[in-house]
Design a binder for this molecule. Structure first.
Ligand code: IVH
Length: 697
């Protein structure tokens, strides 16, 4: 365990009545920043690694904010400061870097005879050995390098020789040390597994579904996808964790895996507490069988155990092949698979309008869970696998995720009762013989379009999509109808008050007031919000329609290029002349307006009094110069900068006579405010900023 930093005033008894930053000299500020960094890092360690914080969250926040403020005021930024855990600037690409030593993989099998054979080979060569028995984490492996006790880089496994530099992302993970306590080795390269805890994974997927994004298939994909993102701020908002399990290289003297784990632990790395040392292969087998029964209770996914020879001299004697060390073995759990018969293939329509073929199965027990349906993902996957009614398929269940069909085991076994496929409501969805996607939506009969391997219902008023479209339509960046979130959207659709987006503006006071939990005030508020939303820039209106692939930026570009009438008639070719509109986007826009129901929806919305106003793109803030200090709730700094700059403003980093406004957000720096006062620059708090600037867009 990492000791408390000596004589650091902020570790146990933080003096929360700090002197104002402007009363400190440079030197005093520098000293305080250094103490605060040590303290904040220590508290990160207590919280994320030891799970045993020693100060209250509020006190931690005060230390963190104080540090942030001093760094801003005295320009003392450092990429290894714990304040950087909130994520730095976005990257253009991940750079390729070589590994300290090749990152090998492991020999593996789920067969106990195989691990016994491995053990015999070892004993034949070096005699009896002890094994380090460790969970085999099902995550994403990284190498992290420390030089002179400070975080230097984190690299993905890549091809084993070189990987991608993901330092900026890995620094955001609270349990990854940024500095090692003295006496730290001069050089240390460690290996660990980044993973996403189950609970965090589920919450993340729920948020993604809410926003109409595809959920991640499993925690491993979520972790792998997140570590490789280009925006560290997004990464900082995702729940990543790490376990470290290997010292790849160091100048410290290590003789055994036990010493390696002790070193990792002493230096503040997060290590797994299921890890143990056993003295023969039988004990490894027992260990694996025990973890197999406990795996679902763990917050992280494991797919087996790893046995490693403890003694490093023995390891050296055993050596490695080109691909794996001879001294380690992954004894895997049996895959969670089973076999059963496909009774029917139905098509489900998701909230984004995506049509997903689903196999209804003869129920089968897979490791204690009864499975009666499995996703087939898309039509191409059904064809690739050759799935049809009556065939026997192999299923795989990974974690808590919906089971998947992985292969057809017996394509000959056909059910006597026929070969019909249909939708959940019984309508046929198949051609003769194999499965084909229906041309029209099984829920609303709307046209279906294909995009890549996926099929979508194009009717935005499809009941399957309506709630989601409604929520999107009313969201802040769209029509900004406050008070119409997920719950209210569900309620309006369920009560039958809304069958198409356009019904929104026909809602009546009495019917709203009669809804469960509403009343007249809530009804009046919503009607007032709806009324206020009618005056809207064209780009915002186009975005609000929820056309696939049309986010705020593209919607604005379309609004700059076309009037609404022209947009509705534009063919894919005309659409493609707009910057950033490629074939896929053009097809999505054209097919949205090809759907008669959508055209009717738009016309009804216009009849209801919505007046989308066409504005020149990018001209609204021409000539305006803005500086930010502190954070504006709801936005990242880079989002704001981009937003303002695309509308003609310039965002600069220091206040001068040229500055029009200084936006003072939460945890602002002192220096910029002082400069603003000296230069007579007007300051705006987040609300004023919203009213004076954002509302012009
Ligand atoms: S040791 C040379 N220990 O399994 C040995 N690997 O195929 C280096 N893994 O990509 C690996 N848990 O990401 C080791 N306790 C553990 C592990 C582990 C998971 C992963 C690792 C690697 C794969 C091996």
């Amino acid at each position: 365990m990492v000791e408390e930093p000596d004589a650091n005033p902020y570790v146990h008894d933080p003096d929360t009545s700090f002197a104002p930053a402007d009363e400190l000299s440079e030197d005093e500020a520098r000293d305080q920043v250094s103490d605060l960094r040590v303290a904040v890092e220590y508290h990160d360690y207590r919280y994320y690694v030891e799970n045993d914080p020693v100060i209250a969250d509020r006190t931690y926040d005060e230390l963190f904010e104080r540090l942030q403020r001093l760094e801003d005021a005295f320009d003392l930024h450092d990429e290894n400061s714990p304040t950087q855990r909130v994520g730095g600037e976005p990257l253009d690409e991940l750079e390729t870097v070589g590994h300290v030593a090749p990152l090998l993989s492991l020999q593996s099998s789920g067969d106990s005879e195989e691990i016994r054979a491995f053990d015999r080979r070892i004993r034949d060569r070096v005699g009896d050995v002890d094994y380090s028995a460790e969970p085999k984490f099902d995550g994403f492996s990284i190498e992290v390098v420390y030089e002179d006790g400070a975080f230097d880089r984190a690299v993905t496994r890549g091809d084993g020789r070189e990987g991608e530099d993901v330092s900026a992302n890995v620094r955001t993970i609270g349990s990854v040390p940024l500095h090692l306590p003295a006496p730290a080795p001069e050089f240390l390269a460690v290996r660990g597994e980044v993973y996403m805890p189950r609970s965090g994974f589920q919450a993340l997927n729920e948020r993604r579904i809410e926003r109409g994004e595809d959920p991640f298939a499993n925690p491993r994909n979520a972790a792998a996808g997140t570590v490789r993102l280009l925006d560290p701020e997004t990464v900082a908002g995702r729940p990543l964790e790490v376990f470290f399990y290997d010292v790849i290289d160091t100048d410290a003297d290590l003789g055994t895996q036990t010493e390696a784990f002790d070193l990792l632990y002493d230096l503040g790395f997060r290590v797994n507490d299921e890890t143990t040392v056993v003295d023969d292969v039988d004990a490894v087998i027992d260990y694996r069988d025990r973890l197999m029964t406990e795996r679902d209770d763990l917050e992280y996914e494991i797919d087996g155990v790893v046995a490693k020879v403890v003694d490093f001299d023995a390891r050296e004697e055993l050596g490695s092949t080109a691909r794996h060390p001879r001294w380690a073995f992954a004894y895997k759990f049996p895959a969670r698979t089973g076999e059963t018969t496909v009774e029917r293939i139905v098509v489900q329509v998701g909230r984004t309008g995506k049509l997903t073929p689903v196999a209804l199965l003869d129920p089968v027990d897979i490791q204690g869970v009864t499975i009666s349906r499995a996703t087939l993902h898309n039509a191409a996957q059904v064809q690739r696998l050759g799935v049809r009614e009556g065939v026997t398929v192999r299923l795989e269940r990974a974690g808590d995720v919906i089971p998947e069909v992985t292969e057809v085991v017996d394509g000959e076994k056909r059910r006597a009762s026929g070969d019909r496929t249909g939708s959940d409501d019984g309508r046929p969805a198949a051609g003769e013989g194999g499965f084909t996607m229906p041309d029209t939506c099984p829920v609303c009969d709307g046209d279906v379009v294909q995009e890549g391997e996926h099929h979508y219902c194009t009717n935005a008023s499809c009941p399957a999509q309506l709630r989601r479209s409604l929520q999107h339509f009313c969201s802040r960046d769209a029509m900004n109808v406050k008070g119409l979130g997920a719950a209210a959207a569900d309620q309006l659709v369920e009560a039958g008050l809304i069958e198409s987006l356009a019904d929104l503006y026909d809602l009546e006071r009495d019917e709203l007031a009669a809804l469960d939990g509403w009343g007249e005030t809530a009804a009046d508020n919503l009607l007032a919000e709806l009324e206020a939303s009618k005056d809207v820039p064209l780009g915002t209106f186009i975005y609000a329609l929820g056309i696939r692939h049309v986010g705020t930026e593209r919607a604005r570009a379309l609004a700059a290029a076309f009037s609404l009438d022209d947009l509705m008639d534009a063919g894919t070719e005309a659409l493609r002349s707009v910057e950033d509109v490629g074939p896929e986007v053009a097809a999505a826009v054209a097919s949205y307006f090809d759907e008669a129901e959508n055209v009717e929806t738009v016309e009804r919305l216009l009849d209801a009094g919505i007046e989308p106003e066409r504005r020149e793109r990018g001209a609204e803030l021409d000539g305006l110069t803005v500086v930010f200090t502190g954070s504006v709730p709801g936005y990242t700094r880079s989002e704001l900068t981009e937003l303002l700059e695309t509308h003609g403003a310039s965002v600069t980093s220091s206040v001068s006579g040229e500055t029009d406004y200084l936006v003072v957000g939460e945890n602002p720096g002192t220096r910029k405010r002082e400069q603003a006062a000296a230069e007579g620059v007007e300051t705006l708090d987040p609300e004023a900023f919203e009213e004076r600037i954002l509302s012009r867009l």
